[in-house]
Design a protein. Structure first.
Length: 466
C-alpha cells in the first residue's frame, strides 16, 4: 500500500460542515441514496477509475473507538458539533464497518457525461447520514477519472494521426505518451493516483509512485515501463566544450540497450542535431544497434520539433511509408516533453503531417498538463443525494437552481442501463432492465476486485478518429 497509516481517519476525512448535518435532516429519516456523475466538461465521455484504491486504502479499514474519541475532541476544539452516538454505533455495534452499499460501473468503462458513475446508499437506518459524510472522500474520484479521461482522449488524438500517417498504429500507440508528471503534482498521493490513471491507457511512465500504485492496488506485476535517459545536469557537468563527449558517453553506456533518450538542448539543439549527433558522432550512432531518442526541452514546441526532424532527416535519412509520409531512419527518433498538453500535441502532429512527416517519428512526455492542470470542474463532477426514506416513505430528492440549470440534479434511486441502441442511459431503478452498475462494497467489505488488464481492456481505444 501507499501507506498503512493514512494521514487522518475516515471520520476526519470530511468537510467541517458535515459535522453539523446529522440533525438537519427531517425527523424519522432512515435512508439516503446519493450518486456521482460528470455533468459535462472538456470531454464528452469519462473513463471511470480509482474507486478500488479508495476502497482498499481507506474504506476497508474498521472505524475504532480511538478514532471516534479523537474526532470528538477535534470537533469540540474546532467549534462544531459531533455525532458521538452515531459514530459510536458504527465503531461498536456495527463492528467498525461503514454501513453503506456502493455500486459503480466497472473501472475503465467509458461513460458519456451526464450519467451516473457510482451510487452510495445507506444500509443502517440509524446512521443513514454517513452517506453524505463520505462525499468529501469519494468525490475525489474526479481526479483519477479526469486524468484517465484526458489520457484516453490524448490516445485517441495520437492514434488518429498515426492512422493517417503511420503503417502500424497498434505497434506504436502504447508508448506514444509518457508520464513525466511526478514532480509537477502537489503530493506523493497525487502522483500515485494520477500516475496510475494514465496507465489505464498507456504503458510508458516515469512516475514511479503511479506505477507502484497500479501494481499494488490493481494486481499487476509491472504496469509501466521506461528507458535510460539523461537530464541536463548529466550533460552540462561535462562542460560546453565537451558536449560531444557527453553524448558519446551515452552511446557507450547504453550500447546494449535497445533504446535511450538524450536531452540535447542544453546549449543549441540544432547544432547538436546537425553537427554532433548527425556529424561528429554519426558513425557511432549508426554502429549503435538501438534507437537514439533526441529530446528538445525549450522553445516553441511546434517550430522546434519540425526543424529538429528536418535536420535529423538531413543527417540520417528517411524512407516513405505506405501512407506516403516520411519516417526517419530506424536509429533515431524524437520525444517532446516541454510545453506538452492535449492542445499542443494536436498542433505539433498537425504541423508534422503538413510537412510530410509521419507521427511515427515522435513521442510525447506530458507532466503538469497530464497530472496537475486539471480540477473538479474540468469534467464538472458532482455528488448529490437523489433519494431518501423519510417516515417510512421513499421520496425523490433534488436541486433545481433557477440561476444555473446545469446544476439541476437527478431524482430517485438510479441505475446506468445499456439500452438496445448501444447507448448508456441513466434511469430510475424501477425502470432498469440492463444495468451496468455492480455492487462493489457492502458494509465494510470489498465485493469486487479488478485487475489493471481488465480495466485497460474496457478502456480500449475505439476506432481512431480525429
Amino acid at each position: 500500500m501507499l501507506g498503512s497509516n493514512p494521514l487522518i481517519s475516515t471520520i476526519l476525512d470530511t468537510d467541517s460542515y458535515k459535522f453539523s448535518h446529522w440533525v438537519q435532516y427531517p425527523p424519522n429519516t432512515t435512508g439516503m441514496f446519493s450518486y456521482l456523475e460528470s455533468r459535462g466538461g472538456k470531454f464528452g465521455e469519462t473513463v471511470f477509475f480509482g474507486l478500488q484504491y479508495y476502497l482498499k486504502q481507506f474504506l476497508s479499514n474498521p472505524v475504532t473507538m480511538e478514532q471516534v474519541d479523537e474526532a470528538a475532541a477535534f470537533a469540540k476544539a474546532h467549534g462544531v458539533p459531533f455525532n458521538l452516538e452515531g459514530w459510536t454505533r458504527i465503531a461498536t455495534t456495527l463492528g467498525g464497518k461503514i454501513p453503506v452499499k456502493i455500486r459503480a460501473v466497472p473501472e475503465g468503462t467509458v461513460v458519456p457525461t451526464g450519467n451516473i458513475l457510482m451510487s452510495v446508499e445507506s444500509t443502517d437506518p440509524e446512521t443513514f447520514w454517513v452517506v453524505s459524510w463520505l462525499e468529501t472522500m469519494l468525490v475525489r474520484l474526479w481526479y483519477p477519472t479526469t486524468v484517465a479521461t484526458l489520457s484516453h482522449y490524448t490516445k485517441r488524438l495520437i492514434a488518429a494521426y498515426l492512422e493517417m500517417t503511420a503503417d502500424d498504429v497498434e505497434a506504436e500507440i502504447a508508448f506514444k505518451l509518457h508520464d513525466f508528471g511526478s514532480r509537477g503534482v502537489s503530493s506523493q498521493e497525487s502522483a500515485a493516483i494520477g500516475g496510475a490513471a494514465h496507465l489505464v491507457n498507456f504503458m510508458g511512465s516515469d512516475t514511479v509512485a503511479g506505477i507502484h500504485m497500479a501494481n499494488t492496488f490493481y494486481n499487476h506485476e509491472m504496469s509501466g515501463f521506461s528507458i535510460p535517459a539523461s537530464e541536463h545536469s548529466t550533460m552540462t557537468m561535462w562542460g560546453r566544450a565537451n558536449e560531444a563527449m557527453a553524448y558519446s558517453n551515452m552511446l557507450e553506456q547504453y550500447k546494449d540497450q535497445p533504446i535511450f533518450a538524450c536531452v540535447s538542448d542544453s546549449y543549441d539543439i540544432m547544432n547538436a542535431a546537425s553537427n554532433i549527433w548527425g556529424g561528429e558522432l554519426l558513425g557511432k550512432v549508426h554502429e549503435y544497434k538501438g534507437t537514439l531518442v533526441v529530446r528538445p526541452d525549450s522553445g516553441d514546441p511546434v517550430e522546434v520539433c519540425l526543424e529538429l526532424l528536418e535536420r535529423l532527416e538531413t543527417a540520417f535519412g528517411s524512407t516513405v511509408n505506405s501512407k506516403g509520409y516520411k519516417v526517419l531512419a530506424n536509429d533515431v527518433r524524437i520525444i517532446q516533453g516541454d510545453g506538452v498538453n492535449f492542445e499542443s500535441i494536436d498542433k505539433i502532429l498537425s504541423a508534422l503531417k503538413d510537412k510530410g512527416f509521419s507521427a511515427t517519428n515522435i513521442a510525447f512526455g506530458m507532466g503538469g498538463g497530464l497530472l496537475q492542470q486539471v480540477n473538479r470542474d474540468t469534467q464538472k463532477f458532482a455528488f448529490k443525494c437523489s433519494s431518501a426514506t423519510v417516515q417510512g416513505e421513499e421520496m425523490d430528492v433534488y436541486k433545481d437552481p433557477a440561476t444555473d440549470s446545469v446544476k439541476k440534479s437527478k431524482r430517485g434511486r438510479l441505475e446506468l442501463d445499456l439500452i438496445h441502441t448501444g447507448e448508456m442511459v441513466t434511469v430510475r431503478r424501477e425502470e432498469s432492465y440492463n444495468t451496468l452498475l455492480r455492487d462493489v462494497y457492502l458494509d465494510g467489505e470489498i465485493l469486487v476486485e479488478d485487475d489493471l488488464d481488465s480495466i485497460r481492456e474496457r478502456a480500449t481505444l475505439p476506432p481512431p478518429r480525429k
